[in-house]
Design a binder for this molecule. Sequence first.
Ligand code: SAH
Ligand code: SF4
Ligand code: F3S
Length: 471
Amino acid sequence: MEMSKSELEAQKQKEIMERLKIRLAKTSEELGRPLTYCSLCFGCQMNAKDSEKLEGILETIGYVKTDSEDADFLIMNTCTVRENANLRVYGRLGQLKKYKKKNPHMLIAICGCMMQESLVVEKICQSYRHVDIIFGTHNVFKLAELIEQKLNTNKMVIDIWDGTSEIVEDLPSERKYDFKCGVNIMFGCNNFCTYCIVPYVRGRERSRKPEDIIAEIKELVADGVSEVMLLGQNVNSYGKNLDEPVTFAKLLEMVEEIEGLKRIRFMTSHPKDLSDELIEVMAKSQKICKHLHLPMQSGSSKVLKDMNRNYTKESYLELAYKIKKAIPDISLTTDIIVGFPTETEEDFQETLDVVRKVRFDSAFTFIYSRRTGTPAAKMECVATEEEIKDHFNRLLKEVQEISKETCSKDQGKIMEVLVEGPDEQDDRLLTGRLSNNILVHFPGTADLIGTYQNVKLIESKGFYYIGERCQ
Ligand code: SAH
Ligand code: SF4
Ligand code: F3S
């Protein structure tokens, strides 16, 4: 059979990787030490997944991972969803200059969502000349080619695409965990919420074919993975644009059938098109985790309209109640923005009202950040900075109090966790994750990492439990 355009592309990249491997092996031999890489990643799960792909390419061409930024190759994958994310990146870039001075072999690459903004790229070209490679979100698969170009020309390489319809499959990936893994089911976003930069930096929505997704998960399972997280900015609109349309609920049913897979998670669900079919599939599934992240952003129908979210306070509440009724032990979490330009005190009260009614298991709260180029950036702000801060603090307090209560509801029960690793604070403890996404810390040894264990939830600490393994 003739190769498709993306298969040809994958093959081309693999050939470049082979060439680079030989070339870098020579450099390493001359230096008398392995070449190292350091990978920094900011932002969401999509970025984390892209970084695994970047690391896969770097490992394939012979770089060895290090946590130190004083490495032979440094790659920074950026996020631009809020302004403070950008500021952190500039600070970091400035600091890297000293390593580059010391090590003439060092290459610095920067990629991700921030690079899709032309002003950012301009600023880096002008003020951060020590950067070697700049690319965006659509051409992550091309890293090897960009490195080769840099080595051949010794000039700053800049390769930003406005968008793409291509999905290049089957390239290496370096997984962060052996036992769990994110799987892209779609890319981009078509929703254009008025505050959000993501559709501009991630391009239009594209779904992967179900057979490609299933094949990837089967391979992961054969390689020891038992939990997958299906990734998309709005998984509920998965499959709508495929030649043969498939719903997200149908995709979940297909994934459910994969033998050896134990847990299925997904992110993120937009409330506007969460279907009854999905609730039904979740309710009867043995593998889909008892957790739904359902970003509400605001509880005011007026603000939701200004945000272009396509649902109201009432329809959100109705949906939340429906889900809780169909799946009683589900944990509902959310994202909330405070200080959207048109948000008044009354609108904020509506948000508090929904928070009190739904009683989220946890909520990420953000202060609205103006993103140039988005419709909301042109809206006038009705509240002062002090009022917004006050709203933020009041919301946080409310959210935390509720979450402390809802999260402790299973105290005393015995439940199953997937053991994810040693506890970061106390190395006599392990950290495991419940189906509902809450963490449990309990005594145990490293050989249990990656296994499923029954633990007794002895004491709730608000956002996590202290537990004990049941033998
Ligand atoms: N696709 C997901 C959200 C991805 S961005 C969804 O629609 O739910 C993650 C979160 O960042 C959003 O849910 C929102 O709460 C927050 N966010 C996005 N843009 C923001 C902005 N300009 N200022 C503050 N928070 C923002
Ligand atoms: Fe942004 Fe809205 Fe798309 Fe989520 S659905 S990524 S908030 S535009
Ligand atoms: Fe940030 Fe890009 Fe994700 S802007 S939140 S890393 S899609």
